[in-house]
Design a protein around this ligand. Structure first.
Ligand code: CP3
Length: 354
């Protein structure tokens, strides 16, 4: 089979799945469920295959990427797979010296803080991430009708790691650049929008069914600043992949005040954390978009009855939505009991079966 027809096959097989239908706001047989960070340390089979292999090395091995991506699909029966990788993979691929430190997150050896530093952010070519193309091909062949979600980090969230040099709670250097040198900031997020767009296009060309843009830390900004300094770059990313017609999901944490703008940036599906109930979120986002979310991941540490009661609340708030993809309000925490996740998938399917 030619590469082109293989890519078509993966997307065609998954086209009528509950997840794809919910993203398109079509009727569904049950509310589809997947979890951010469903592949990862909560699974013993993940910890086993990752033993002794650094995170970024594992992202560059198609055999491992395929196995790890499939693990939560097999175990939990989720309605979608998310490609195992990381938001910093494309930056590593263009030669930025960075690492993912366990328990910390991405750490950048030489932060980007001046105009001269921008030259280090060259464009991403598909050949820089050929292991991604290979792994997506292997996965769509294995997944059959289960859709595969590709993803990338949004310009603001990537810029925050590059400027701060690692995770931050306050984003002081990032904000110092935004407010102190808005032209440098605009040029930086423009470079990152090009890299992110290229990374998403590689995944779509290889056959993913949908893409999610993670602007995890955008909630640090006030709406007016988000609109002025961040939204245009994210909108360029959504525009760059619009022609493929695959659903585009836009997610951030603590973004209750930004939900309308995140929809406006071009998403088909807006991800919502647990701080805003979905019936309020839909008022903020407006018509014509599906919502994804939004059980607090910490709820999974409570007894089963409490998890079901909180899940009932999410499903009740979702009742009037045009399209709902059930998810957590942020990623699965590493110490979560995997059986609680498996039970949650079954519970949502049962409660929403039509
Ligand atoms: O299952 C999935 O969701 C797919 C894989 C995935 C990973 N990272 C794997 C990973 C996805 C979608 C991401 C995105 C990502 N990476 C985001 C956006 C999502 C979010 O959480 O808001 C961000 C901010 C990052 C940056 C990053 N990478 C962090 C903060 C960490 C955690 C550091 C730690 O050890 O606590 C990572 C590492 C990482 N990425 C792990 C995984 C499974 C843990 C690595 C390990 O197993 O040691």
């Amino acid at each position: 089979m030619s590469e082109r027809s293989q890519e078509q096959t993966g997307r065609t097989a998954a086209h009528d799945s509950a997840f794809m239908r919910a993203c398109r706001r079509e009727p569904v047989p049950h509310t589809p469920v997947w979890f951010m960070r469903q592949a990862g340390r909560s699974l013993p089979e993940y910890r086993k295959v990752r033993e002794g292999i650094p995170m970024l090395d594992s992202c560059m091995r198609p055999d491992l990427v395929t196995e790890i991506t499939l693990q939560p699909v097999r175990r939990h029966g989720v309605d979608a797979a998310i490609f195992f990788s990381d938001i910093v993979v494309p930056l590593k691929a263009i030669g930025i010296d960075l690492d993912i430190k366990p328990g910390v997150g991405p750490v950048v050896a030489d932060p980007i803080r001046t105009r001269a530093d921008l030259a280090r952010l060259r464009d991403l070519e598909p050949g820089d991430v050929s292991y991604v193309t290979e792994a997506v091909g292997m996965l769509t062949a294995e997944l059959g009708t289960t859709p595969l979600i590709g993803f990338a980090g949004a310009p603001f969230t990537l810029a925050s790691y590059l400027i701060e040099g690692g995770p931050s709670r306050t984003y002081e250097r990032t904000k110092a650049m935004i407010y102190g040198d808005p032209q440098l900031w605009a040029d930086l997020v423009d470079r990152l929008a090009a890299i992110t767009s290229a990374f998403l296009r590689v995944q779509i060309e290889a056959g993913v069914s949908a893409v999610q843009l993670f602007d995890s830390w955008a909630g640090a900004l006030a709406p007016a600043d988000y609109r002025r300094y961040v939204m245009p770059a994210s909108a360029r990313v959504f525009d760059a992949v619009a022609d493929y017609g695959v659903p585009r999901i836009h997610f951030g944490v603590g973004t209750g005040e930004l939900l309308g703008l995140m929809g406006e940036a071009g998403a088909d599906v807006v991800g919502v954390d647990w701080r805003v109930p979905l019936d309020e979120a839909v008022r903020r986002v407006g018509p014509g978009k599906a919502l994804q979310g939004n059980l607090d991941p910490a709820v999974l540490f409570a007894p089963r009855d409490a998890v079901e009661a909180k899940t009932d609340e999410v499903l009740a708030a979702a009742r009037g939505l045009e399209g709902h993809v059930f998810n957590l309000g942020h990623g699965v925490m590493p110490t979560t009991d995997p059986d609680a996740l498996t039970r949650l998938v079954a519970y949502v399917h049962e409660q929403t079966a039509r």
